[in-house]
Design a protein around this ligand. Sequence first.
Ligand code: G3I
Length: 406
Amino acid sequence: MTDTDNQDKRTLREVASEACKCIDVGVAVLPKLLLNEDVYASTVRSEFNAIVVEHHMKWAPLCQDLPGPIEKGTESTRVGRYDFHHCDQIVDFGLRHGMKVKGHVLVWHVTTPSWVQNMTAKELSEQIRRHIFTTMGHFRGRIKYWDVVNEALAPDGSLAKNIFLEKLGPGYIEQCFRWAHEADPNAFLIYNDNKVEGCGLGDHSRKADAFYELLKNLKAKNAPVHGAGIQAHFNAAGVGLQRPPTPIAVKRQIRRLGDLGLRVNISEMDVRISKLPMDENMRTNAQCDIYRDIVSAALSEPAFDGIWLWGFTDAHTWIKHFYYDGDQPLLFDKEFKKKKSYYAFRDALGTLSIGGIVGGKQKLFQRNGELEPWGKVWMQPEPNFVSDKSSNILPSGDSNPDWLQR
Ligand code: G3I
C-alpha cells in the first residue's frame, strides 16, 4: 500500500459515486452485528451503497421450522409462520441510508424448511409459490432486486439433484421466475451461482458454460430472468474447478451473458488465501491481484452492474464456520482496519472514475493477443491426476453446497 493510498481517504462508496456509471458496491450483513455493533454499522453505512441479508431472508430462517400458529404476544412482524423482524430491521437500515437492498434468496434447496421434505410434488409446488408470494409481497416496494433461484447447478454443469428437481422436474427453475414475476412485476429477478465466473478455461468452465446455457434457455422461453449473479467465492490456492478465473475469462463470461440481454453482478465476493504455500506478503499480493484485476475487468463490461462482498471484515466471515478458521478473505482485518486488499478493490472501482483506466492498470493481454500469464506468481499447479480417470470425473447432479463439494 502506498502513501497515496493512506492520504486518499475516499470510501468505496465515494469512489463508486464518482464512476461514469452507477456501480453497486454491496455487502452481506448479519442482523446481530448490524443492529448491535456501532463500528460494524458505521462501516457498512459509509463504505457501501447496497446491502443484502447473509442468512435470515432465506426460506428456513424466515419460517418457524415447524408449521404452526403464531405464539401469542410475539413482538415481530409475523405473517403466518413467517417472522420477518430480523430482515425488516436490516432492510429499514439500508433504505434509511440510501442503500439498494437485494433479496437473497427465495429458492435454495440448502435453506429450505425441513417440513417440505415429505410433501407431494403438488404440495411442494404450492409451498414454493406461497413462499415466493409471501416474501416478495412483504418486501414489495422496499426490495426490487431478488436472487430468485440459487445454486441449481452441480459442479459438472448438470442440474443439482435437489428436492425441487426430483419432485418437480427441471422446469422448476423457470416456474420460480414466473411466480416471482407474478408476485412483483416490477422486480428485477436474478439467477445466482458459484464457480461460473469465467469461461474459455477448458474443463474448468464446464459449470460456467452450463450457467450460460441455462440462462440462454430461460431467455429463449421468455422467462422473466433479468440478471445473473456470479458469486466469486475465490480460493487463491484453488485448482481444478476451484481455480480462480483470469480477468479475461471473467470478461468473456460477462460479455456473453450481456449478449443474452442480462445484467450481471458479482454477488458474493471473498478471496481465501491462507492455503497458498507462500509468505504473508505473497498471499496478500495474490489477494490484491484478484480483487483489483477481476473487479476492474468486470467493471469494463457494459452489462456489469456491480459487486457484492460476502462480508467486509475478517472478524466475521462464513469461511471460518464452513471451511477453516484463520483465513483473511475480506477487505478489513479483524480490528476493522483497511487492508491492502481494500485499496486494491478501491483502485478497481476507480477505473471507471475520471482519470481511471478502464479495465484496470494491469495489462490483460500480451503481444499478439496472447493472454498475460495472470497470477503466474501465486497460481498453484494442477495436482498430478491419478491414472484412474474415474476419480477425476465430477459427480453428476451433486447438490452439495460449495463447502461440501469435492
Ligand atoms: O443466527 C444463528 C445463531 O443464533 C446460532 O447461535 C448459530 C449456531 O447455530 O447459527 C446462526 O445461524 C447461522 C447463520 O449462518 C448466521 O450466522 C446458521 O446456522 C448458518 O447455517 C448460516 O449459514 C449461512 C449459509 O449461507 C446458510 O444460509 C452463511 O452465514 C452464509 O454465508 C451462507 O451464504 C451462502 C449464500 O447464501 C449462497 N451462496 C453460498 C454462500 C456461502 O455458503
